[in-house]
Structure formats: structure tokens, C-alpha cells
Design a protein around this ligand. Structure first.
Ligand SMILES: [Cu+2]
Length: 285
């Protein structure tokens, strides 16, 4: 091999320039598609501030990943098209080692991508008050203004909900008022579960003896799916329900009716607490 690695043979086109142009064109086409076509259909949708925030974050991730994806895909296509073995013999390519400019570019670009996303993710988590995730018993930041506390009590195999500001009534279904910040206090009576309100963008571990706080502000009247997201025993798969975001008036009517219906049960419940000791005889839901 007489030729240096960086000196293409006279008949070779400038592959770097051609490939660069191909990559730029592919990215220019793919990026708007990623942001404006795929972005709006990314789950979990826009049923709460937290859900909308997650869609924004996923769109940012997608936008950052698209040029990288295009680089890989375009290079694959380019290599298959132009770097084939010629007929009649297996040639060995020139040995390429130690291209300082390429290595520096590679390290700087990948470091910037990863570090900027790490900073972005951390800021979004802190500014978003946990962004719908369980933030433990003492969240780093708490949303301003009034909050409706709702306790989520996981147990084999259902979730029940306790409303401490409504006489500590415990209900088998979850209703939330629209446009009101809710403080979910998630705990468990037995094993490890996970409270997942899918369309609200909420997911929080439900551990016994732990009060795991997640904030959510529903922004539209709609139903949402609730599932347990942690394998918790033989009927784990049956641990699902439909929750409802309703108007303030409908919520007031519903909670009043729940208080009346469950008045006899409320009397014998243990007093409201951040966590409960599991009892030998199971608590009724
Ligand atoms: Cu469970």
C-alpha cells in the first residue's frame, strides 16, 4: 500500500463530502418529521401537565437522536452502495489508525450530546417537581399553591384511595378534579407495587412503610388507565382500574356521595397516616 490512508486514489470521489451532503439532506428531511409528526403522538399524551412535559422531553430526545440515527443509517446505505468488493477478488483496504481530527470530533460531539441531555433531564425533573414520578417522602421541590392530598394504598391486589381532607374516606376508585394540583401519597400494605396512572404520566413505587409522593395536575376532563407496574403476586395482572378526571362540581358531588356510602367503613379504619402496619386480618378495600 503506497498511498496514505487519507489520500484517496485519483479515481475515487470525495466520499466524506458526498456522504456529508447525503447525511445533511436526510437529517433535514427526518428532523421535521420527528418533531412535528412523531412528537405529537408520543405517549402518554396531554391529560396532565406532567404528561405534556414528558411528551416534550421525549420529543427533545427524539430530535437529538435523529441526526445520530441518520448518520448510522446513511452510512450503512452508503457503504453498501459504494464500498463493495470489486468482482474477482477480495481486496484489503488501507489501514487507518489515529486520525486525530476524527477522534477529537467524535469525543467532543458525543460528550456534548450526553452531557447536555443529562443537564436537561435533571433540570426538567427538578423544575417539574418530579415530572410525575414518585419523589420519595421529602420531594426536592414542591409545586406552589393549594394541593389536594390523595393517598394511594396498594395492596394485593387492588389500589384504594384515601382522601384525608374529606374525613379520611377510603374509596375503591380514583376521581380527581380537573385543573387542581394533586399530591399523591403512594404507599403499600403488603408487598412492593407500583402505581401507574398511564395517561396522567404518573408512575410511583408503592412500598410498605414508605410514603412516596408524586404530584400531578390533570388538565382535561377524561378517563385514564390505572395499572400496577410491579410484579406483586399471582393476581398482579388483575390490578387495574379506570380513573376519572372530572369537573370541580362533579368531584364535590362524587366525594360527598363516597363519604356517605363509606361512613360505616370510615369509622373502623385506622386513623389517617402516611403509612400503615399490615394487619393479620386484611383491611377491606
Ligand atoms: Cu401490584
Amino acid at each position: 500500500m503506497a498511498a496514505q490512508a487519507n489520500d484517496p486514489a485519483p479515481s475515487e470521489p470525495n466520499h466524506a463530502r458526498r456522504f456529508g451532503a447525503l447525511w445533511l439532506i436526510a437529517t433535514a428531511i427526518a428532523l421535521p418529521v420527528a418533531i412535528f409528526v412523531i412528537g405529537p403522538i408520543i405517549p402518554p399524551g396531554n391529560a396532565s401537565e406532567q404528561a405534556s412535559g414528558q411528551v416534550t422531553d421525549s420529543t427533545v430526545l427524539l430530535a437529538m437522536a435523529t441526526p445520530v440515527l441518520m448518520l448510522v443509517v446513511c452510512y450503512l446505505i452508503y457503504a453498501v452502495a459504494f464500498f463493495r468488493q470489486p468482482r474477482g477478488g477480495a481486496l484489503e483496504g488501507p489501514q487507518v489508525r489515529g486520525d486525530a481530527r476524527l477522534q477529537t470530533t467524535w469525543i467532543v460531539v458525543t460528550s456534548l450530546l450526553v452531557l447536555s441531555l443529562a443537564v436537561y433531564g435533571s433540570v426538567r425533573l427538578i423544575v417539574g417537581n418530579g415530572a410525575g414520578s414518585g419523589s420519595g417522602p421529602t420531594p426536592l421541590t414542591v409545586p406552589k399553591g393549594p394541593k389536594l392530598p390523595v393517598q394511594v394504598i396498594a395492596q394485593q391486589w387492588q389500589f384504594t384511595y384515601r382522601y384525608p381532607t374529606y374525613g379520611g374516606v377510603e374509596t375503591p376508585h380514583l376521581y380527581l378534579p380537573v385543573d387542581q394540583t394533586v399530591e399523591l401519597n403512594v404507599t403499600s400494605l403488603d408487598v412492593i407495587h407500583s402505581f401507574w396512572a398511564i395517561q396522567l404520566g404518573v408512575k410511583a413505587d408503592a412500598n410498605p412503610q414508605v410514603n412516596n409522593i408524586a404530584f400531578v395536575k390533570p388538565t382535561k376532563v377524561a378517563s385514564f388507565e390505572i395499572r400496577c407496574a410491579e410484579l406483586c403476586g399471582i393476581w398482579h395482572g388483575g390490578m387495574h382500574d379506570t380513573g376519572h378526571v372530572v369537573t370541580a362540581a362533579a368531584f364535590a358531588a362524587w366525594i360527598g356521595q363516597q363519604q356517605r356510602t363509606f361512613a360505616p367503613a370510615t369509622k373502623v379504619l385506622p386513623p389517617y397516616s402516611k403509612t400503615y402496619q399490615p394487619e393479620p386480618t386484611r383491611r377491606g378495600g
